[in-house]
Design a protein around this ligand. Structure first.
Ligand code: EPZ
Length: 418
């Protein structure tokens, strides 16, 4: 099992480029099914989750090639509408293929996406919305079989602004006659990016990033489109938290600072000096971080749940106590036990985590409990005294491309041990 080995205590210096957004490219790769022609996706990060999505597309009969950060999908030869369990289990968010397969084939079969480290990950909102749009869905023995009985656009109000449900509705509604309006839609930048891609293949989608998203059905498909994926806001935020924790001064380039303003605001509150440019952020860490006001994870544009664990790793070293409330996922504090192995002082009570700052963290043998929990261990290892080894780093590779190379470029002493 490969591990990351980090010799901590070295301030970070230099600049690094943010890659394409994982949570944008996954729904966009699924959306390439709809066009029935060729889509060229630029700025596509080379991640395990991207490989999983490509495996699903190839299983469905699509022709896919990947050259560096460009992925080309030709969905014309698609000849299947089912996703087998072993491919569903590779990636929690594979349910995002349900909408586009239904839009293209009128039927779909897949197993229930596995839960994951963050909790059960239900898809009730996805299924309820598709049923309202005229899809018949059978759920039996962990298998979902769905077929279009009488697809018809309509208003769908989401009880919570689910990112995945918003995306699945947008993707399927492109095939429904009439207009679909998603009320209380998720407003994440990745929703906007998906809208841009769908417009590129001829769909009439508007309102992404706002409360309501409107989709006109039965689109006049355009052939052969190109799209550039937006920058990854969580990868960018992770770099900033790492510098805040380890010290030094870095610049994150090729990013969109407005996408993670809730994170930069808290880092300024903690004593970091930030310079925000059009496509870059420079951060200078203080001698010692100060604890920040309550950190509550919320739907965008609130503080992102995906940045909770990297920020917490930095706050373990702050002067004072920081209170975190995790409002999005049920079980997103698994990294706390690993941070405590390094000397962090954290008390978890349900959705609350009380983080009392300590003078230092001590390098230890720890594991990545999940994708962002693993990123938190890298942040902590960079700041700790001594050597940290992180196991189960497959979790990290799902969402961070060659993480050791990125941080070594910033002066960190970090290597991957196969
Ligand atoms: C997306 O997950 C992201 N994943 C997650 O990023 C991110 O944390 C999350 O949105 C919130 O921003 C991708 O985009 C691939 P949700 P998603 O549907 O779509 C509940 C990462 O680390 N819910 O907005 O699954 C759900 O249980 C990953 O990059 C229902 O109850 O998130 C959760 O508590 C982790 N029923 C809350 O809503 C449903 O039908 C938010 O989930 C759907 C969701």
């Amino acid at each position: 099992m490969s591990r990351l080995i980090i010799e901590g205590g070295r301030p970070l210096e230099g600049s690094v480029r943010a890659g394409g957004a994982k949570n944008s490219v996954l729904p966009i790769l699924a959306a390439t099914i709809i066009s029935g022609s060729e889509s060229i996706i630029h700025n596509c990060p080379d991640l395990r989750d991207v490989h999983s999505a490509i495996a699903i597309l190839r299983h469905l009969g699509c022709r896919v090639s990947q050259e560096g950060h460009t992925v080309t999908v030709d969905s014309a030869p698609m000849d299947r509408w089912d996703i087998p369990d072993h491919l569903m289990r590779e990636m929690r968010s594979s349910v995002i293929f349900l909408g586009p397969i239904l839009a293209r084939c009128g039927k779909a079969r897949m197993t229930f996406p596995g839960g994951c480290e963050l909790g059960p990950r239900p898809i009730d909102l996805h299924l309820a919305a598709l049923r309202k749009l005229g899809v018949a869905i059978q759920e039996e023995g962990g298998q979902i079989t769905a077929w279009c009985e009488k697809p018809q656009g309509c208003d769908i109000t989401l009880s919570l602004p689910s990112v995945g449900a918003t995306e699945n509705i947008m993707l399927f509604a492109t095939a429904c006659p009439g207009v679909t309006c998603i009320v209380n839609a998720a407003r994440e930048p990745e929703i906007w990016d998906l809208q841009q891609f769908l417009q590129g293949i001829g769909a009439s989608v508007s309102g992404a990033g706002h409360h309501d998203v409107r989709i006109g059905g039965q689109i006049a498909l355009k052939k052969n489109t190109q799209h550039r994926v937006i920058a990854d806001r969580i990868e960018s935020a992770t770099y900033l938290c790492a510098c805040a924790a380890a010290g030094g001064k870095i610049t994150v380039e090729d990013t969109e600072p407005s996408y993670f303003a809730s994170v930069t605001q808290l880092l300024e509150e903690s004593g970091c000096a930030l310079q925000v440019g059009a496509d870059r952020v420079t951060i200078q860490a203080p001698k010692r971080l100060r604890s920040v006001g309550p950190v509550r994870t919320m739907p965008y544009p609130g503080f992102p749940t995906d940045a909770q664990s990297p920020l917490m790793a930095a706050m373990c070293l702050a002067q004072g106590t920081t209170v975190f409330t995790e409002n999005i996922f049920e079980n997103r504090y698994r990294h706390c036990a690993e941070l405590m192995r390094m000397g962090a002082d954290i008390q978890v009570e349900g959705r609350l985590a009380l983080v009392r700052g300590v003078d230092h963290l001590t390098g230890s043998a720890v594991k990545a409990t999940d994708l962002r929990g693993g990123a938190a261990m890298v942040v902590a290892g960079l700041a700790a005294q001594g050597e940290t080894s992180i196991s189960e780093i497959d979790h990290i590779d799902r969402g961070y491309e060659k993480i050791e190379k990125a941080y070594a470029q910033l002066g960190a002493c970090i290597r991957r041990e196969e």
